[in-house]
Write a protein that binds this ligand. Structure first.
Ligand SMILES: [Zn+2]
Length: 74
């Protein structure tokens, strides 16, 4: 039996304005562009170094994974 293992993509950003690093987890990386991404710390747009990594498993294993819930937007 052939089973296809689930994968998703992590887009790893380093902001060139403030040096913040953050990760976007997505199943549709083709929809993301650094030109339209905003830094969560300094609000700079499109000024990043970006790396792409394919991860094994489902996104839900990492988001939320075992993390503690701290807020839900209204
Ligand atoms: Zn920044």
């Amino acid at each position: 039996m052939i089973t296809k293992e689930a994968t998703y993509t992590q887009l790893k950003y380093r902001c060139l304005s403030c040096n913040t690093r953050f990760i976007i987890c997505t199943e549709t990386p083709e929809l993301w562009s650094s030109n339209s991404t905003t830094c969560p710390d300094c609000s700079s747009i499109g000024y990043f170094i970006v790396w792409r990594e394919t991860k094994e498993g489902e996104i839900i294993q990492d988001i939320p994974g075992n993390a503690d819930l701290i807020s839900v937007s209204a």
